[in-house]
Design a protein around this ligand. Structure first.
Ligand code: UFG
Length: 329
């Protein structure tokens, strides 16, 4: 089996690449390196430099490498930016999903694992989000991810694709010191960046209706998330045509204050934090039920919050994003 991994030079993609290799599958990476880093693609793995919106380039890769399935990660993922630039997000994320699936249908490739997001749910007022919870995204980013799911769902019917969508919750940590998230768009990297700059990390609001007043999220170690892709790939290899979507989290809620306490432990000191105003659009609580992934993919997360913060800090120190090696990815 040869899998095309789009976005394989990025933070999550580099982890998925390693999990696929460990499972014995051959991999070819397609990445435009807009945020990815070539150093994250190991020697011996083909790296095709192309935009996933370029249907002909994707089709050529599918043909040239005798690809049997696709894991599609290449997309824009900054929620705030998506609000400012909806055209750009629809063009890249929906355009990418369209071009990719057109190429797949043309080349007879029927297996697809699609990187979706808990952002498809918006702000559900439930303790645990089920896959059947209504999808009501509240950002262009979430909308584009949901449209991508619909494309997969409809092509399962129209073209016999076997599609698994993985709805990621809050991804964190590193599976190795060279694999850290250096983008600083999410809580843990933002805290590490503030700390290394000698600034006070910020809590965006502590007056939410949650136990300690700060927002609760479902944090998932990126190495566990990567393994979920292998389980999903295996399902499409074994399965019938069709579409299914799974929450990929731990089913455990952690507040911003709990994350900060875990980062303090990793740093070996007590962080001095600052409470600032709420960030617009943040739901108080977003935690996924993971029963379906366990039952149908046979996958469950193995690592906890302290493993995420400790590995994030180790990777940050090994490749400090602000010492001349800074990259997004
Ligand atoms: N936060 C702070 N201080 C910071 C940064 C974040 O208090 O410096 C808080 C946020 O307000 C939020 C929580 O930490 O309550 C987590 O924020 P992130 O920005 O890390 O993550 P989000 O939950 O906003 O979004 C993440 C991904 C999205 C995805 C979403 C789905 O970034 O791509 O999870 O759950 F859509």
């Amino acid at each position: 089996m040869t899998w095309l991994l789009t976005g394989g030079a990025g933070y999550i993609g580099a982890h998925v690449l390693r999990s696929l290799q460990s499972s014995g599958r051959d991999v070819v990476v397609l990445d435009d390196l807009s945020t990815g880093l070539p150093r994250k693609v190991p020697a011996g793995v083909a790296l095709v430099l192309a935009d996933v919106c370029d249907r002909d380039a994707v089709a050529a890769v599918l043909r040239d490498h005798a690809v049997t399935g696709v894991i599609h990660l290449a997309a824009k993922k900054a929620v705030g930016e998506s609000v400012e630039r909806p055209h750009y997000y629809f063009r890249q994320n929906v355009g990418g999903a369209l071009a990719l699936t057109e190429a797949m249908v043309a080349e007879g490739v029927s297996r697809l694992v699609y990187s979706s997001s808990a952002a498809v749910y918006g702000s559900p007022d439930v303790d645990l989000v089920l896959e059947s919870t209504p999808t009501l995204p509240v950002s262009p980013y979430g909308e584009t991810k949901l449209v991508g799911e619909w494309i997969g769902r409809d092509l399962a019917v129209a073209a016999g694709l076997s599609v698994v969508a993985l709805r990621y919750f809050n991804v964190a940590g590193a599976g190795g010191d060279d694999l850290g998230d250096v983008g600083a768009f999410n809580l843990i990297p933002m805290v590490l960046r503030a700390y290394t700059r000698g600034e006070r990390p910020q809590i965006f609001g502590d007056d939410y209706p949650t136990p300690d007043g700060t927002c609760v999220r479902d944090y998932i170690h990126v190495a566990d998330l990567a393994d979920a892709h292998v389980a999903a790939a295996a399902r499409t290899e074994a399965g019938e045509p069709g579409f299914s979507a799974y929450n990929i989290g731990r089913g455990v809620g952690s507040s911003v204050r709990e994350v900060l306490a875990s980062v303090s432990t990793a740093l070996g000191l007590e962080l001095d934090v600052e409470v600032t105003a709420r960030r617009p659009g943040d739901p108080p609580r977003l935690v996924g039920s993971v029963d379906l992934a366990r039952a149908e993919l046979g996958w469950t997360a193995a690592r906890g919050l302290d493993a995420m913060t400790a590995s994030a800090w180790a990777a940050w120190q090994a490749n400090p994003p602000e010492t001349g090696t800074a990259h997004l990815g």
